[in-house]
Design a protein around this ligand. Structure first.
Ligand SMILES: [Zn+2]
Length: 72
């Protein structure tokens, strides 16, 4: 795979990371507004879960770039 070729996998991974980040931001916002929050623990668990998803997709992206040496 030539280095300067646009990588579709990378585009997908970036899109997923942005989507996960969006979910995380919304979860944190809800947590801070106590919006639809039954218990604080519950809201915190949800935002933590979203954070872990985001970090996992960020890690997948980083690993892909390291292994594939591709550009966006
Ligand atoms: Zn790639």
């Amino acid at each position: 795979m030539p280095r300067l070729q646009q990588c579709t996998d990378l585009t997908v991974l970036i899109g997923r990371m942005h989507a996960d980040l969006q979910v995380y931001c919304e979860a944190v916002e809800k947590l801070s507004r106590r919006d639809g929050v039954t218990t604080l623990d519950d809201a915190y668990a949800r935002s933590e879960h979203a954070r872990l998803s985001f970090e996992a997709s960020r890690e997948r992206l980083r690993t892909h770039i390291a292994q594939h040496q591709c550009v966006h």
